[in-house]
Design a protein around this ligand. Sequence first.
Ligand SMILES: Nc1nc2c(ncn2[C@@H]2O[C@H](COP(=O)(O)OP(=O)(O)OP(=O)(O)O)[C@@H](O)[C@H]2O)c(=O)[nH]1
Length: 578
Amino acid sequence: MVFNWFRRQFSNSESDSQVEQQQSDQIQPSAEPETSESTQEQSPGVSEDLLRYAKAAYKNIQQKQEQAEPEAAPDAGQEPSADVPDTAEVSESPDTLIDTAAETASLEVEDDLAASATSEAIASEPAAEQINHTNAEVEEETTPESAQEVEAIAETGVVIAPEAPEPETESAIAETGVVIAPDSVETQTEEAPPTPVPFWAKEDRQARLERLKATAIEAPEPERVQAPVQPAATAVTEEVPGLAFDEGFMWSAQVLATQGRRAEDVSIEEITWLKRLRQGLDKTRRSLINQLKAIVGQGPLNQDAVMEIEALLLQADVGIEATDYIIKTLQDRLREEVLPPDQAIAYLKKILRDLLDKPIQESYSPTFVPTKDTLNIWLMTGVNGAGKTTTIGKIAHLAQKSGYKCLIGAADTFRAAAVEQVKIWGQRSAVEVIANPGQNTDPAAVVFDAITAAQARGTELLLIDTAGRLQNKKNLMEELGKIRRIVDKKAPNAQIEALLVLDATLGQNGLRQAEVFSQAAKLSGVVLTKLDGTAKGGVALAVVQQLGLPIRFIGAGEGVEDLRPFSSYEFVEALLSG
Ligand SMILES: Nc1nc2c(ncn2[C@@H]2O[C@H](COP(=O)(O)OP(=O)(O)OP(=O)(O)O)[C@@H](O)[C@H]2O)c(=O)[nH]1
């Protein structure tokens, strides 16, 4: 079984219908999938399930890495749960904590895995061991350490029960005055101001302990505070080289879980990609979307709010048409009913997703997957420097990994170094490149040769690089038209797609090219590149709304792994999830 990177799921050479069946049979993960109808943000209640899922996914990645490198395998006697990064384990090192939420989140871990990891961590750490006593042991202890503990207990009113968590947790508890039940590490409280030393702290030790025990039993149930959705991974650990079990991992795991991906099918590449996408959209998110969330979350939109949203969307290059659509749809809904902030934001996400998916749903192929055992020809077009050659290299890599027979046609004969550049990408992805060695050769001739070679070899995906051209260069646009006609004529039975590669950093300016390219090459989709580091990520919405073309791939980096099929769900989550 091969993972099909275009379909983003495992498949073999079965027919599409079998593959679709396999998709529907997939077991849903514990996190509630967010359906297109859903207007609810994921409830914090899923955080424990999510943590379990993320840990299973991490462990699976780790095991795969270990299988790939047997010498790095763990000791035979090691408990499996110890392999899994655990917030309780990591929180032994205060330096690794990103914020105090990690400490409180670690208390929320209820599953067996976490509990066992907690106790193992405590057992293996002498300092932590010292707090792992029963009340009776505390009474009997006469060492200076235990005396300090008793003193601390006496001052705070906290009784540390067996299986208590690690020192950080203990101090957090000490501040809050919470009694931890012996078999649970989930009790959670709000932060409370430091408690003044009570009068009984000055009494005889034995009497104090008696009183404490009594108080512990009668202590009122502390108010439970739900941890945020992604709390548990704020502690960073790196059991898999280059892959930290951190907040970004948790977010990525959640996105995959919500889309129905099983934990055992989560790969390091998928996680790394999602982390990169989210990081890439960081600027757009921070400069604009967070403000948008704040306004939308306030309830019905008044005129000021509408103007603010309008300005924010336009700043992110969402474009006038898409902005009008978003505001109108939002207003219609918010006039009907007052939505709490989280639901208003969930609704905003749905609007954006629907907008991005509209041309995909209307198009003949909702997923952009090369058909097996058929010649698929993808013509890559766009202006100079948009990222055509790089994109071809990345798609060739995905095709190779997904088990397609792939070939590249180097028809960018206009720029001297272009053929060499595409050859390097071909080597990187182990895909052969068909090129004409002569200088300034006719690109149409290269295309012809490439199709002939593809047909002779049973190639499944032929990627054709074309010269970057400005849309106002008439002769170059005519040449592109000629290339398209040759493709249509020479391969009438092939599945032909023409993709416009657009540089996201150009924002709205990039869109003006599209119409001319569309006429010359009969465009069927867009590849949006350079989404890393631009504050104009909103241009994706403008592309769809103004061009009516689906986005098929997005690129967020110069590396070979930095391109993936477009998913509106992942994009919107990366754009709006704080
Ligand atoms: N940061 C970033 N850079 C990218 C991305 N895609 C491409 N690039 C860079 O953009 C530059 C131009 O990429 P090319 O692939 O050569 O662009 P082209 O469209 O083939 O250019 P011409 O051959 O001149 O038409 C290169 O430096 C790439 O590394 C991306 O997603 N992110």
